[in-house]
Write a protein that binds this ligand. Structure first.
Ligand code: ATR
Length: 505
């Protein structure tokens, strides 16, 4: 079982102790990053483990390894020795671990550590990439047999993360800490147990982040239920890039916890569908959500797809079966259930609809508008894509410019915005800036962060009924849940999930 380690990067020991108190119930041990302390504080570190009341790693990280220490190597070694001096017989008052880099060869330090029961973490950091031979690195790091090896690398692609995972699988018996830093590496922090890593390093909110990509200990412990993750835990997740705006982990992990299901839902920010699928298979994932920009590009990698996915050319859910990955689309039904509920109708008969955009989301929307017997106009920045999408259903089409926007007047019962324009952080952007709402249009924006886009605000100010994408998101997640878990989304939690998605924003 892997443990949660809080990386302490305060300027004073007193501040670090406050941070420990704030997170105590979420953490198992801390790493005292002496390189972040004010120089005078260095003389006091020896007393820190006794005050912390939980195991402490002593680390003085140099700049070249991603830390803040700029002094000489001699004074760094003296500081490390200071941390080991005058050991107490009560081992809890000594440092539990000392982090010594692979290039640091000071036998007296190692001997002192061993005598006083301080375990050595032999570390290697690559802050610019991932080494070719990770297995070789892991196997050659130890100076002596009782050291814990630590390899922290900076993936430049998701394929790098997969290489690290393979290395973990090839060294099952090695006592190690394995960290993929940066945004690609987030799965390695949540799934530290699967990466064979003894600790997952975390950062306190508002503090200097000890290494890029560290999560907050509370998020790890509460949202991802890190301490309950074992080999048996079923892993689900979402892949996309950059994956910064997603409520899906909050939705699924909350329901898994409420339902007491031994499963975790992890964000996998991936630049390559192929690499993500390799990791998903190695992790025995039963299913996953797929989002921008992979909804279309994932299709050729799947063994089979539903008729709907084939039709609209976009897949947002994959499930693993005997033949391989099967792709379905829950955006479609999520969208129409949300729209019909909002307008209080069973279909779109007689309705004239404007669809803004012609990407993956617009394909799902257009298919549903057609199925529900509505008539539509597709407006898109790139004309050819508008034309291609509209022609499938004999819809009208035009460019998303002044002339195109004039046509909305003839399709103004319902306006559905499907592009990413106006999504956080570009909250001011408005794809229909040239359109004046009259107040009779029903306006739906599939974006859910911000809660009210500029477009929705203008529509609402003009008196239009408006609806954002959070209801659609939850409805499509309910359908995914059924694919993933094999039973209905528990209806008693729907209200709770709605408030959670709103709170998150
Ligand atoms: P999704 O799956 O979310 O629909 P997508 O398939 O990449 O993502 O489609 C993005 C949509 O947003 C497209 O309609 C795109 O217009 P183009 O087809 O011209 O690329 C639209 N879009 C993205 N950025 C835009 C911008 N700055 N202005 C106008 N439309 C934009």
């Amino acid at each position: 079982m892997s443990k949660i380690c809080l990386c302490l990067t305060g300027k004073t020991l007193a501040h670090d102790l406050e941070i420990i108190e704030h997170y105590r119930k979420y953490i198992d041990l801390v790493e005292l990053r002496v390189d972040c302390l004010d120089p005078d504080e260095g003389f006091l570190i020896r007393r820190f483990p006794g005050m912390a009341g939980l195991p402490v790693i002593l680390t003085i990280r140099r700049e070249r390894d991603g830390g803040r220490y700029t002094g000489t190597e001699g004074s760094r070694v003296s500081l490390l020795a200071e941390g080991l001096a005058n050991a107490f017989t009560d081992r809890r008052r000594n440092f539990a671990y000392i982090d010594l880099e692979d290039y640091l060869n000071v036998p007296s330090l190692e001997d002192a550590a061993r005598v006083f029961g301080t375990r050595i973490i032999r570390s290697y950091h690559n802050i610019t990439g991932v080494d070719e031979d990770i297995v070789g690195k892991l196997n050659s790091l130890r100076h002596t047999g009782d050291e814990i090896v630590k390899v922290a690398v900076m993936p430049q692609s998701f394929a790098d993360v997969v290489r690290v995972f393979r290395a973990a699988q090839q060294t099952p018996d090695l006592e190690k800490i394995l960290v993929c830093m940066g945004s690609f590496g987030i799965p390695s922090r949540i799934l530290a147990a699967h990466f064979g890593s003894k600790f997952s390093y975390t950062a306190a909110t508002g503090e200097f982040i000890g290494a890029p990509g560290q999560l907050n200990p509370r998020t790890l412990a509460e949202l991802y239920r890190f301490r309950q993750i074992t080999e048996k835990t079923r892993i689900f997740g979402i892949t996309g890039l950059p994956l910064t705006v997603t409520s899906s982990p909050a939705i699924f992990n909350t329901v898994f916890a409420l339902e007491n299901i031994d499963a975790v839902y992890v964000p996998f920010p991936a630049d390559s569908v192929e690499s993500f699928l390799e990791l998903a298979e190695r992790l025995n994932m039963p299913g996953a959500s797929v989002t921008v920009p992979h909804k279309e590009s994932i299709i050729p990698w799947l063994a089979s797809v539903s008729d709907q996915v084939r039709n609209i050319g976009a897949c947002n859910t994959i499930i693993y079966n005997r033949e391989g990955w099967h792709g379905v689309n829950t955006d479609t039904a999520g969208f129409s259930a949300s729209l019909l509920n909002f307008i209080g109708k069973k279909n779109l008969r007689g309705k004239k609809v404007s669809i803004i955009g012609a990407g993956g989301a617009a394909h799902a929307v257009a298919a549903e508008v057609h199925r529900l017997e509505g008539k539509a106009l597709v407006l898109n920045r790139t004309e050819i894509r508008a034309k291609e999408l509209a022609s499938r259903y004999q819809f009208a089409w035009n460019m998303l410019n002044r002339t195109g926007i004039e046509h909305i007047q003839k399709y103004s019962d319902i306006i559905i915005q499907t592009t990413s324009v106006g999504m956080a952080p570009d909250n001011d952007a408005d794809p229909l800036a040239l359109y004046q709402f009259s107040g009779h249009e029903i306006v739906m924006d599939l974006i859910y962060e911000p809660v009210q886009t500029t477009l929705l605000r203008r529509a609402s100010d003009a008196g239009c009924p408006t609806c954002n994408g959070s209801d659609m998101l939850i409805r499509q997640a309910e359908l995914q849940y059924k694919y993933f878990i094999g039973r209905e989304f528990p209806p008693q939690f729907i209200a709770r999930i709605h408030s959670l998605v709103h709170e998150n924003k």
